[in-house]
Design a binder for this molecule. Sequence first.
Ligand code: 8YV
Length: 314
Amino acid sequence: ETRMRELFDARLNEDDHIMTQPELVAAVREAQVLVPTVADRIDAAVIAQAGPELKLIANYGNGVDNVDVAAAAAKGITVTNTPNVLNQDTADMTMALILSVPRRLAEGAEILQTQGKWAGWSPTWMLGRRISGKRLGIVGMGRIGTAVARRAKAFGLSIHYHNRKRVSAAVEDDLEATYWESLDQMLARMDFISVNCPSTPATFHLLSARRLALMQPSAYLVNTARGDIVDEAALIAMIQEGRLAGAGLDVFEQEPVVNPKLVKLARQGKVVLLPHMASATIESRIDMGEKVIINIRTFFDGHRPPDRVLPNRI
Ligand code: 8YV
C-alpha cells in the first residue's frame, strides 16, 4: 500500500470494505487503472461503465474469475494478474487441509482451546485416518497443482491427476504421477481429491453432484481454488449422508458468507473451513503487490506487461 501511494495517485479501498457494485462503477468512471481483489466483481456491467481513461485492470490475485476479461478486451482494456508468487503458499495450505480433516486437527485444537485439558487417554481417543499410502487425485495440474503434488509425494501419497493436457514426461516421472484422461474414472479411485484448476465457465460445477457421487464414501475433497468449481450443495448433502468422509475448504460459492450447513458439519468435525487464506502470507502479499506495480509500470511505459491475461487463454 505504501509503495502504491508513493508511486501512483492511488485511491485505496478501506481494509475489509468490499466495494458495492455502485462504488465500483464510480471507481471505473474515473480511474486509469483498477486493482481489484477476488472480492471485487468487475463484470461486463461494471466494464460497460468504464470511462475512456481506464486502460488496465491489474488484478491483485492469480485467479481472474472476478474480472470479465472478454468484456475488458472488447473495450481495449488490458488485464493482468499475479501468477507464481503464491504457488508455494497455496500448496502448503492445501497440504494443511489434506492433513487436517482426516487427522482431526481442528477438533483436537478446539478441545484444548475450550476446555484447557482432555479427559484422559484411550486407544480409540481422537482416531483419524492415515494419510500416507493413500491416493491423491489433483484436478488441475498447473503450477499450484504441481506444487501440491511435490509436497504430497513427500507425505507418501501416490499422485494422480486430471488436466486438460498431460504434463511433460519429465514432470510425470519426477512425481511418479499417473495421468487420468477421464476425471470420472479418477474420482472413483481416489482417497483424496484436491481442486487446483481455475474457475472458468468450463469448470463451473466441474465437480457436479453426479461426479461427487462417483467418489468413494471414505474419500475427502480439498478445495483451495474457487468455490464454484464444486457443487457446494451437493457436497454438503454427500457429507451429511455419509457418502463422502469430509472436506477441507478454503473457498466457497458465496464468499465471504459460508453456508450454515457447512458450519454445522465443521462443528461435527467432518469439514475444516478456512476464510480464503491459502495465499495469505506476508511474503506472498508483498510479492503480489510488486507484481501489480511491475505490470502497471510496464504497461504505462508502453510495453506488454509480464502477466497479461488473454481472453482466449481462460
Ligand atoms: C487471493 C487468490 O487471496 O490469487 C488468487 O487467485 O485466490 C488469492 O491469492 C485473492 O485473489 C486476492 O485478490
